[in-house]
Design a protein around this ligand. Structure first.
Ligand code: TRP
Length: 454
């Protein structure tokens, strides 16, 4: 079996380049926008614990599996899966893993750019000083009114789509690595600033208790599924994004330490986001279960009261926008790489096609908050359905089959050689968790959410 040494699309400059890019993919709206709002909707403490367990027991081992598949395949997830089918004599049905990932990627990207568009709009709003000393009612009304305007949402969705595609156009090394190196430390710094403000402002203890005092009676089967799904979403797992980035990774980097570093960074940002937001919720009589608007009705209140809040607030939303951008790039890359490899399409053309499809699909999400907000089916609006299906169904399924492929179907030698762990004990631990624990957990959570199992 001849192993290509580098992918045709490029390669990271080294270990740090990969970790930076994958962290850039993981840290995004999932940590800063989605984690606080679903934690609020699902009662706090117990939900957070289940989420953390899912990250550790399902996320980390599956991330390692995705990286090694990508690094061995050196191509887009679709072609990487085709390679495993061919060279490791697997059943052709495994190719589906690549295809479902491609579809999930489009679905996520389509609403991701809409929400990121809100963040862009808020970056501009913050610079205007619109929220200085404003009440939480005012901030909430402003947000509700913003959502009522489909043209505004469409504008920001379009703009965000264009800048995302712009980076992917330039290719892996040039656009990505450089952006992450600057962004991540800055984002962490500003998050700490907001948490510092939350500590001084009074309701920190309540916010902290909300996040970390578990009340398992309140935890529903659906909440457990949401926590599991979010572990996939926030770590960019289950659709091939991390597999894709693994394809650009050199052979000397330790996969396990990379997976742990990326997960730790992502989890830290999520917890900080919660610690920044919930004290503000309780200090201002806002509702933790506010929903997707939570970020946008809490932080402007805090920045409005803070000295220098116009500056820090604008900077904060700007950094969140950058973080979302780096994540969105990883949603685009697998589809673009596949078109370039298999369809002979040039990179710019592939970018235009992917951007165009996602932009069109995104209109469904734009309208979910205004014109079509009452058109509910299955799990709610178009946006609710896209979010539920991708995060709670497609990504966990993708992860489940990734774990099965590496844990049960590929030769053990493969993962052993890829991981190259110094201590054989840790390899056995990882393999056991990937083979038994992770798939079983996903399976049980699915069954219980469907209601077969109580
Ligand atoms: N993880 C990113 C976030 O939390 C979103 C994301 C990027 C993603 N690429 C992905 C989610 C691939 C699932 C699959 O914002």
């Amino acid at each position: 079996m001849n192993q290509p040494t580098a992918s045709m699309h490029g390669q990271w400059s080294g270990r740090l380049g990969f970790i930076l890019a994958a962290t850039g993919s993981a840290v995004g709206l999932g940590s800063i926008w989605r984690f606080p709002y679903i934690t609020g909707e699902n009662g706090g403490g117990a939900f957070v614990i289940v989420y953390l367990l899912c990250v550790a027991l399902v996320g980390v081992p599956i991330m390692a599996a995705e990286i090694m598949l990508g690094r061995r395949g050196k191509m887009s997830p679709i072609n990487t899966m085709a390679m495993f089918v061919r060279e490791y004599r697997q059943h052709p049905v495994w190719r589906l893993l690549g295809w479902v990932g491609l579809i999930a990627g489009f679905m996520i990207l389509s609403y991701y750019t809409v929400i990121a568009g809100w963040v862009m709009a808020y970056t501009v709003k913050m610079t205007s000083g619109a929220f200085v000393n404003s009440t939480s009612e005012f901030v909430k009304t402003t947000f509700d009114q913003f959502l009522q305007d489909p043209w505004a949402l469409l504008f920001w969705h379009s703009l965000f789509t264009v800048i995302t595609i712009g980076v992917v156009l330039k290719g892996v090394e040039k656009g990505l690595e450089r952006s992450v190196r600057i962004l991540m430390p800055a984002l962490l710094g500003l998050m700490l600033l907001v948490v510092g403000y939350a500590i001084n402002m009074g309701a920190f203890t309540r916010g902290f208790e909300f996040m970390f005092t578990p009340d398992f009676d309140k935890l529903t089967a659906n909440a457990v599924l949401i926590a599991l799904g979010h572990a996939f979403f926030t770590l960019s797992l289950g659709m091939g994004a991390i597999m894709m980035y693994g394809a650009y990774l050199n052979r000397s980097t330790s996969i396990m330490s990379a997976a742990i570093t990326i997960t730790a960074a992502d989890t830290a940002v999520s917890l900080l986001a919660g610690l920044a937001i919930f004290p503000i919720v309780f200090a201002n009589n806002l509702a933790p279960g506010e929903g997707p608007g939570l970020l946008f009705v809490t932080l402007p209140v805090a920045f409005g009261q803070m000295p220098g809040g116009v500056f820090f607030g604008s900077l904060f939303f700007l950094l969140v926008m950058f973080a979302a951008w780096l994540s969105a790039i990883s949603l685009v890359e697998p589809a673009v790489a596949w078109m370039v490899e298999s369809r002979g399409i040039t990179r710019p053309k592939a970018c235009a096609i992917v951007g165009g499809i996602s932009w069109l699909l995104g209109i469904g999400t734009v309208l979910s908050f205004n014109v079509l907000s009452d058109a509910k089916f299955l799990w709610g609006t178009i946006f609710d359905n896209l979010e539920y299906l991708t995060s709670n169904v497609m990504l966990p399924l993708g992860g489940f089959f990734t774990a099965l492929l590496v844990g049960w179907f590929l030769p053990k030698q493969f993962s052993h050689d890829e991981l190259q762990l110094q201590n054989p004990f840790w390899y056995r631990v990882w393999f056991f968790v990937l083979r038994y624990v992770a798939p079983t957990l996903v399976f049980i959570v699915f069954l219980s959410a469907i209601g077969l199992f109580k």
